[in-house]
Design a protein around this ligand. Structure first.
Ligand code: SF4
Ligand code: SF4
Length: 221
């Protein structure tokens, strides 16, 4: 990745963290992406005549290493800064005692990899094993649907047809392309695993985005 491009993206992220109106418009655009994706899932399922067995608390499909696009981290950080789930707050407290790295920052990578040995599930599940950030859950989670919870349980992967997957892929690509074309291209095309892209500053009690080692904090306007 070219340094010049990364500097551009970094500049845009800093601008968003400082300009509340701009940040509000990005949050609204991301919400629109998610609404359109939900509609796309329903339409693609309808076209393929599929019925999904997904339901609240069915956490077999929630691994600790969910991949996210850069724009997806923004509502997530803002939402976590309004208060993480009890489970997550406890994990953070334990991590603060054991593993604080850098200038007062917690190493999520180490924390979550260790946690995943005992409980191979996403750190954002709440105490009822339901998604603790449901409205802000990333695309990967919204697209992870299955016609058989039994298959998920046995094979650790969801069940759907390749035709449905291809149809959904092209619908979602169009939605993300539209988002990029509406002035947000710097927020697409870069991403990583959720736990590597999040930071937590225990002194400030703030979550942030870890952008190649630079911490940027976002709060909801
Ligand atoms: S994809 Fe499978 S494990 Fe995940 S919610 Fe749906 S049925 Fe449950
Ligand atoms: S963000 Fe929510 S839906 Fe996605 S893996 Fe984590 S707990 Fe599951």
């Amino acid at each position: 990745m070219e340094k010049e491009y990364l500097n551009l993206v970094y500049g845009e992220l800093v601008r968003l963290s400082q300009d509340k109106n701009l940040f509000a418009s990005v949050l609204s655009a991301v919400e629109d992406v998610y609404l359109r994706v939900e509609a796309a899932v329903s339409e693609a399922a309808g076209a393929a005549n599929l019925a999904f067995e997904c339901q609240r608390g069915c956490c077999l499909c929630c691994p600790p290493n969910v991949g996210v696009e850069l724009f997806e981290i923004l509502p997530l950080v803002a939402s976590l800064n309004e208060g993480p789930t009890e489970v997550f707050a406890d994990a953070l407290e334990a991590a603060q005692r054991e593993d604080t790295v850098g200038p007062g920052r917690i190493s999520f990578a180490k924390m979550f990899l260790e946690t995943s040995k005992e409980m191979p599930h996403c750190f954002l599940l709440d105490e009822e094993k339901a998604c603790g950030i449901y409205n802000q859950r990333p695309l990967a989670c919204r697209l992870h649907v299955s016609t058989s919870v039994a298959v998920c349980r046995q094979e650790k992967r969801p069940q759907f047809t390749p035709k449905f997957a291809a149809d959904l892929d092209s619908r979602v690509k169009k939605i993300v392309d539209d988002f990029a074309a509406s002035g947000h291209h710097l927020l697409t095309g870069l991403g990583g695993t959720m736990y590597r892209m999040l930071t937590y500053n225990p002194q400030q009690r703030r979550f942030g985005l870890n952008f190649f080692g630079q911490e940027i904090i976002f709060t909801r306007p």
